[in-house]
Design a protein around this ligand. Structure first.
Ligand SMILES: Cc1cc2nc3c(=O)[nH]c(=O)nc-3n(C[C@H](O)[C@H](O)[C@H](O)COP(=O)(O)OP(=O)(O)OC[C@H]3O[C@@H](n4cnc5c(N)ncnc54)[C@H](O)[C@@H]3O)c2cc1C
Length: 498
């Protein structure tokens, strides 16, 4: 089921007026579900719907659990649409009593569709969407079904902001728990998971536990980075907010792919300027939107670089972007769009409410590395990128991540750049070609890798990849905590690890 607008290709100029991540992530999730038939089963204490495999509308609900079109062929016995903490507690107790293994779902955007498992119970908390903002403490208390757009709007109304995902429909549950590279990461605490300051969690014994740095600190540690392998049901997140920037500007530079070495060298040279550490720089290797899909790579593949400055005034935003304008990025590019102003509350309006070449809802697979050698890594994969089997396949490099390996979070890495190849295609018959293209990147990329981002790996193709998303020490601690809090294995682990 695809409830999206028909896909419209955009011109290069329109794309330049968009952004690198905008070009990648302009997407809408299918939130409106059809065939809302009465549930035939009820679970004591659960007010939300319960859908069983035998129900006529089961397949519609099952498919709607996963946002993209690569719907996994995995079939839970029950889908519970939780509406409250009480629903979640009752569902967890029911599952534990009846030997049903639980998978959790917030926004359904995970690329592996990890909320869908065979058998057991899927608890969907996407209808739990309450947001409370404490202006004085700069804290948002949200239920896990809240999406990026809803939080950005609620926070901005109070002059505050959060590093939300670059697409309006992503669920903040999975995004924050797995890491979260959100808007303005350099100035908003790096990965968004470090901005989780509290949570409420229903553990396998049916207890609702409050979690902070001092209350249940083990769970606090685990929530901050474990993502799709967490062993509990999160029903509330408390998120640190930041003052909303008053001026946002972006400069974009576009090159042929053949100039990649020049581009990466110029980006690295500019990033030596300490002022630039505040900026969010994103490079995308992609197909030129005005060139036919079958054009040769030298005529079709481009480097699309955008730097975003989030500042307190137009003057400081311009100053932050000036080093890019004075670099070879500006003097050697094919197209430039400098100092484009944005309104914070309109970020998604302008970039993300449109369908675009790279960010549409289609079949979808991704993997990644964190690295401190982005130039070398990108050059190592440039040739392979040209073999992309679909027009919308692309590679994204996000710099200035300032990753932190902290004692109070199981997010494990310290590195500076994320590089992720994205396979995006339409037809099931092309699955094998696109997945083979994606998977062939890994040996080329991994030798430059300092770890992987658990929210965007190809865990279906390679379950061991989850293990590689954590240091040995953090992985071991996660296993110990899982045994402690979920001794009977009520909650699924990572895909392929349950
Ligand atoms: C269009 C698009 C744009 C994206 N943009 C970004 C971006 O800008 N930056 C970025 O870092 N990532 C981005 N991502 C990746 C995103 O962070 C992951 O897909 C993330 O898993 C999505 O969270 P979700 O809640 O929507 O997904 P879900 O599929 O609902 O959740 C993923 C997993 O998290 C766990 N989980 C979710 N909710 C709960 C809960 N309440 N309790 C316990 N466990 C839970 C479950 O194991 C679940 O299987 C994007 C993905 C897409 C598809």
């Amino acid at each position: 089921m695809n409830t999206h607008q028909p896909f419209r290709r955009r011109t290069l100029k329109q794309l330049a007026g968009m952004t690198a991540l905008g070009a990648v992530n302009a997407l809408r999730a299918p939130r409106v579900l059809a065939a809302d038939k009465p549930a035939r089963l009820s679970i004591p204490g659960v007010a939300g719907k319960v859908i069983q495999r035998k129900d006529a509308d089961y397949e519609i609900w099952r498919q709607a659990m996963v946002w993209h079109m690569s719907k996994p062929k995995r079939y839970p016995d029950l889908i519970v649409q939780a509406k409250s903490d009480q629903d979640v507690i009752a569902a967890v107790n029911h599952a534990a009593r009846n030997g049903l293994k639980i998978a959790m779902r917030s926004g359904g955007h995970n690329s592996n569709g990890s909320c869908l498992r065979d058998g057991g119970m899927a608890i969907d908390v996407s209808a739990m969407e309450q947001i409370r903002i404490d202006e004085s403490k700069r804290i948002a208390s949200i239920q896990p079904g809240v999406r990026s757009l809803e939080l950005i709007q609620a926070a901005y109304a109070k002059g505050l902001a959060f590093p939300v995902p670059h697409c309006p429909s992503v669920g903040l549950g999975g995004f924050t728990m797995g890491g979260g590279m959100g808007w303005n990461w350099p100035q908003f605490g790096g990965m968004a998971t470090h901005s989780i300051v509290g949570a409420e969690v229903v553990t396998a014994d049916g207890r609702l536990r409050r979690v902070t740095a001092t209350e249940n600190p083990d769970l606090y540690w685990a929530i901050r980075g474990s993502g799709p392998g967490f062993f509990g049901a999160v029903t509330r997140l408390e998120l640190q907010l930041y003052p909303a920037p008053k001026s946002i500007m972006a400069s974009s530079y576009i090159f042929p792919l053949a100039a990649l070495e020049t581009v990466t060298a110029a980006i690295e040279a500019v990033r030596k300027n300490s002022q630039v550490a505040r900026v969010e720089p994103i490079l995308v290797l992609m197909h030129h939107p005005e060139v036919p899909a079958d054009a040769p790579p030298e005529k079709s593949k481009i480097c699309f670089f955008t730097a975003f400055a989030f500042e307190d005034s137009e003057q400081t935003a311009r100053a932050a972007l000036l080093p890019f304008a004075q670099s070879e990025l500006a003097s050697k590019c094919l197209v430039k769009m400098e100092y484009q102003p944005f309104a914070y509350e309109g970020l998604y309006d302008r970039y993300f409410s449109l369908n675009d070449p790279a960010g549409r809802c289609a079949r979808y697979a991704v993997d990644n590395i964190f690295t401190n050698e982005p130039g070398k890594a990108l050059q190592a994969i440039a040739r392979h990128f040209c073999d992309a089997p679909s027009r919308d396949c692309h590679v994204l490099a996000a710099h200035n991540l300032r990753l932190q390996d902290r004692a109070d979070a199981c997010f494990s890495w310290t590195a500076d750049t994320f590089i992720g190849p994205y396979a995006i295609w339409d037809d099931e018959k092309d699955d094998a070609r696109n997945l083979a293209w994606l998977r062939a990147f890994l040996p080329m990329l991994d030798r430059f890798g300092k770890g992987h981002y658990v929210n965007e790996i190809d865990g279906q193709g390679n379950p061991d990849r989850y293990r590689q998303c954590f240091t040995d020490a953090n992985w071991q601690r996660l296993q110990v905590l899982r045994r402690q809090y979920d001794p009977n294995g009520v909650f699924h682990g990572y895909l392929g690890h349950s």
